[in-house]
Design a binder for this molecule. Structure first.
Ligand SMILES: C[S@@+](CC[C@H](N)C(=O)[O-])C[C@H]1O[C@@H](n2cnc3c(N)ncnc32)[C@H](O)[C@@H]1O
Length: 173
């Protein structure tokens, strides 16, 4: 997507690794990544849109709420938020591999786990975001931004099967 300027971000301890990836890619539209810890430092914004992949299941539920709260401050009104990753639908896994992944996450730590799409929507709404489509919709297509030509981690591969969830800020009626 060369027409977009992608501002990457990471937790401070992971920034150097992300920098290495970006240096190797040497793309003209990916400036140096900025520090972002959901509960700590955030870039100032405003940004036209935001994208996060494979993060909601790796954060505590309180951090997911905090992410929406902070995104509301850095996203321009109406700016879309695409969330990529595995989701449960109606509190149930959408595939055996997601069920196994969820069990694996919960065995690692009680605060991890695949999130239910409706629960995430309810969490996001007080911060002005509403789930528009995806997160288990039968017709959901993988999001174009995810088609980065990098080696896929197992979590990414799993997420590709689910398609994106698109939230829009400020479109609540
Ligand atoms: C499973 S990795 C996904 C990485 C990449 N987005 C992908 O799809 O391959 C989870 C990412 O979430 C980040 N992360 C976890 N907790 C975070 C937090 N509290 N604040 C900011 N980032 C966090 C980690 O640093 C890591 O980059």
């Amino acid at each position: 997507m060369p027409h977009l300027r992608w501002q990457g971000s990471e937790r401070v301890g992971q920034l150097s690794g992300l920098r290495l990836w970006l240096d190797e890619a040497a793309l003209p539209n990916t400036p140096a990544p900025l520090e972002l810890g959901v509960g700590g430092a955030w870039p100032r914004g405003p940004y036209d849109a935001a994208f996060t992949a494979n993060t909601l299941h790796i954060m505590a539920w309180e951090e997911v709420a905090r992410m929406f709260e902070r995104l509301a401050n850095v996203l321009a009104p109406g700016g879309p938020l695409a969330v990529y990753g595995p989701f449960h639908r109606d509190d149930r896994p959408t595939s055996p591999s997601n069920a196994a992944f969820d069990a694996w996450l919960r065995a690692q730590s009680a605060h991890l786990g695949v999130r239910d799409a409706a629960a995430v929507d309810a969490l996001a709404r007080p911060h002005g975001f509403a789930l528009q489509r995806g997160a288990g919709d039968a017709g959901a297509q993988p999001a174009a931004p995810v088609a980065a030509r990098r080696a896929l981690t197992p979590a990414r591969c799993r997420a590709r099967l689910d398609g994106p969830a698109l939230f829009r800020r400020g479109s609540l009626r």
